[in-house]
Design a protein around this ligand. Structure first.
Ligand SMILES: Nc1nc2c(c(=O)[nH]1)N[C@H]1C(S)=C(S)[C@@H](COP(=O)(O)OP(=O)(O)OC[C@H]3O[C@@H](n4cnc5c(=O)[nH]c(N)nc54)[C@H](O)[C@@H]3O)O[C@H]1N2
Ligand SMILES: Nc1nc2c(c(=O)[nH]1)N[C@H]1C(S)=C(S)[C@@H](COP(=O)(O)OP(=O)(O)OC[C@H]3O[C@@H](n4cnc5c(=O)[nH]c(N)nc54)[C@H](O)[C@@H]3O)O[C@H]1N2
Ligand code: SF4
Ligand SMILES: [Mo]
Length: 665
């Protein structure tokens, strides 16, 4: 029997660690932090997709409608040649890179290094579709764009407000922390547009009209201010801008908010008082807030609420729960088009020059690159000619994906580096087979900013290579300085140099312990990361969704996640144990709406928006009249709204639609 290896779960951003037996590939939960002996079914069966017969085994090249294998050497040489040619003809910004929230810190670090040394900030990752609005709002108010406290703090708070977030399905293991707090007497408040699984554990269940969250947050603050339940000392010593919020929320009386949100005024009062009088509290949120045109404002509103009560640092925490296993790491490594590593703005000359020096060049490009969600129009316009995608499936995950697929067809060069022949890879000129998570070494960062090492368990499948090796070959072929890495640890050591708090830490420590928090376990305990150390209140008003229901399209369509399906399904659908657990995704429809439309449970229905239609079976109940919810995993984005918010995230949680019963599927 060989020793089991500790590996980071390849699915969600909670960041469980798995103990994998190299002989049997069986998984057991790691007993230490953060998962404390727990795993959800995805983690437990995480090695199955690695062993799938469907894995990409060798580099492929598409010629017309034919796809044929080619050697690694030839693939890299041809890709390098085309990239240089396109740069020569159209400049570096005609090339764009999409990084992956699924690959390690080292791999994301390398890809953004390639992009920037190549001469462009066109580097982004799926954070753009996800929590980028939270990053922007947190940077504007607190000066640091990440979760403030570790999971362990959740157990000690007296109230937990869960907003537009359904952890019982999306981060099952964090429920353990939440339920522990509840057993100690913490009040759990859940705000969602429908009855979620998470609500089963709530003391207060607030069903809100989609897209009206600011009205609710402002009304809660209105009550707290009127009742003088706010933390005056905290506001005076640690914040600026309170008077503007006080003014702005004046008109958001509970009665006014009831009309906008549908939540009874008395409930709003009770919840506001309960949350304020708890004395300590966390706010956890997810896609229900960020995936709106008002995404940034939605998050600003709940940050204002936390500031009002002093629930940041000691007495509370802000938990924008990150989606993918390494979305936090991808961001910290600089795989974002508006930030250098560590969320440092491109315009910060001192830091930029320091990074450039470490990379062996004078300076780096300073103009913001294209957001992932802006790429498709840029391709249509002919501004972007080549796209290099690592571990991302935009042909399914982007809003209004028919437009994305058209854009993919127009590229002069599309490279997809993945572990499977994804929907996106079908459009690629070159497809490069990457090794999966447990076939390689590297570090990952979870939602609480804990960097954890993931050990290699088995040899790479087929002729695949770890992403960092492929990127090292590419960087070297492009003639970029410093691409002579012969081990992943050399890349780890290089990124450690960029962060002052990591300078004293060692890779050995990272490999053997329970990880390292970047920059530290709790943020903002004494002062905020703003220039003057004070947090900013920023007043916000209710913002209308981009598309509104009308006579033609009377329903609101939102999109949701299911526990045993994961994002675009490439991994979960190749895991036989998970496939056995999976139910068929169904559209949720209110019972009285269904009755009016003659729809019974299990009937086939058509959901149509201005962008197209999809078919799905119906599941009745658990959702208010006028709203329908579709699991997003496979086809929802054929019809979702393309409108972007200030952080570049599409309004995936709000479109106008109509629903009709079909005689058959
Ligand atoms: N099983 C599973 N787990 C996952 C994933 C997966 O695909 N499957 N994906 C991972 C990723 S990438 C992410 S980002 C996270 C996301 O995790 P969550 O944010 O929990 O995921 P969602 O289900 O997209 O959205 C959360 C909730 O928002 C609600 N909502 C919709 N519109 C509104 C609104 O206007 N206001 C309010 N208040 N609520 C609204 C929905 O009903 C839904 O219950 O999950 C991660 N974990
Ligand atoms: N309507 C609607 N749309 C949404 C959302 C929504 O709530 N509603 N949510 C959005 C959100 S929050 C997110 S995060 C996105 C997710 O969108 P994507 O990131 O596009 O979705 P995934 O299915 O997670 O794709 C990950 C890819 O990485 C590949 N992969 C896995 N491991 C490796 C590896 O080691 N190396 C390489 N090279 N590849 C690997 C997988 O095979 C897969 O193709 O979807 C967004 N789209
Ligand atoms: S909760 Fe997330 S990290 Fe933990 S096992 Fe499940 S998918 Fe993996
Ligand atoms: Mo996400």
């Amino acid at each position: 029997m060989s020793e089991p290896k500790t590996v980071v779960c390849p699915y969600c951003g909670f960041g469980c660690r798995l103990l994998v037996d190299p002989t049997t590939m069986r998984v057991k939960p790691y007993q230490g932090e953060p998962n404390r002996g727990k795993l959800c079914p995805k983690g437990l069966h995480a090695t199955e997709f690695v062993l799938s017969g469907d894995r990409l085994k060798r580099p492929l090249k598409r010629e017309g409608s034919k796809i044929r294998p080619i050697s690694w050497g030839q693939a890299i040489e041809e890709i390098e040649g085309k990239l240089l040619e396109i740069r020569e003809l159209y400049g570096p910004d005609a090339v764009a890179f999409i990084a992956s929230s699924k690959v390690s810190n080292e791999e994301n670090y390398l890809l953004q290094k390639i992009a920037r040394l190549f001469g462009t900030n066109n580097i982004d990752n799926c954070a753009r579709l996800c929590h980028e609005a939270s990053v922007h709002a947190l940077k504007m108010t607190l000066g640091a764009g990440a979760q403030t406290n570790p999971y362990e703090d959740l157990e000690g708070f007296n109230a937990i407000l869960i907003w537009g977030y359904n952890p019982a399905e999306t981060h099952p293991v964090v429920m353990d922390y939440i339920l522990k707090a509840r057993r100690k007497g913490a009040k759990i408040i859940v705000v969602d547009v429908r009855e979620t699984r998470t609500m089963a554990f709530a003391d207060y269940k607030l069903i809100i009209r989609p897209g009206t969250d600011i009205a609710l947050a402002n009304a809660v603050m209105n009550v707290i201010i009127l009742d003088e339940l706010y933390d005056e000392e905290f506001i005076k010593t640690r914040t600026a801008g309170f008077s503007k919020v006080r003014m702005a929320v004046r008109k958001y009386t509970p009665e006014y908010a009831e009309k906008v949100t549908g939540i009874p005024a008395e409930t709003i009062r009770e919840v506001a008082r309960t949350f304020a009088l708890a004395g300590s509290g966390a706010i956890m949120w997810g896609m229900g807030l960020t995936q709106h045109v008002s995404g940034v404002e939605n998050v600003l509103a709940i940050i204002d609420l936390a500031l009002l009560l002093g629930y940041i640092g000691e007495k509370g925490g802000l938990y924008p729960m990150r989606g993918q296993n390494n979305v936090q790491g991808a961001a910290y490594m600089g795989a974002l088009s508006e930030f250098l590593p560590g969320y440092v703005p491109l315009t910060d000359e001192r830091f930029r020059k320091r990074v450039a020096k470490i990379w062996g060049v004078e300076d780096l490009p300073t103009e913001r690159g294209l957001y992932l969600t802006e790429l498709w129009e840029a391709i249509e316009k002919g501004d972007v000619k080549a796209l290099y995608i690592v571990g991302e499936n935009p042909a399914v995950s982007e809003a209004d994906f028919l437009g994305v697929r058209n854009a993919l067809r127009k590229l002069d060069l599309l490279v997809v580096q993945d572990i499977f022949m994804t929907r996106t890879a079908r459009y690629a000129h070159y497809i490069l087979p990457a090794s999966a998570f447990c076939e390689k070494e590297g570090s990952y960062m979870n939602s609480e900013r804990r960097i954890q090492w993931s050990h290699k368990v088995c040899e790479p499948g087929g002729d695949s290579k770890p992403d960092w090796e492929i990127l090292t070959m590419l960087g070297r072929a492009l003639g970029l300085p410093g691409f002579d890495y012969s081990s992943v640890e050399e890349i780890t050591a290089e990124y450690f140099r960029l962060f002052p708090s990591l300078e004293e830490r060692s890779i050995e420590e990272l490999k053997n312990g329970d990880g390292i928090f970047l920059p530290r376990k709790r943020l903002h305990t004494w002062e905020f990361s703003t220039p003057d150390g004070k947090a900013r209140f920023i007043a916000v008003e209710q913002v209308q969704p981009w598309e509104r229901p009308d006579y033609e399209y009377p329903f609101i369509l939102t999109t949701i996640r299911l526990i045993s399906h994961y994002n675009t399904g490439e991994m979960t659908l190749r895991s036989p144990s998970l496939v056995r657990l999976m139910g068929e995704p169904r559209v949720l429809i209110n019972r009285s709406d269904a009755e009016r439309l003659g729809i019974h449970d299990g009937d086939w229905v058509e959901i149509e928006t201005r962008r197209g239609k999809i078919r799905m079976r119906a599941k009745l109940g658990g959702i208010p009249s006028g709203v329908v919810a579709v699991p997003f995993h496979f086809k929802a984005n054929k019809i979702t709204s393309p409108a972007l918010n200030k952080a570049g995230t599409p309004e995936l949680k709000f479109s106008a639609c109509r629903v009709r019963k079909l005689e058959r599927g």
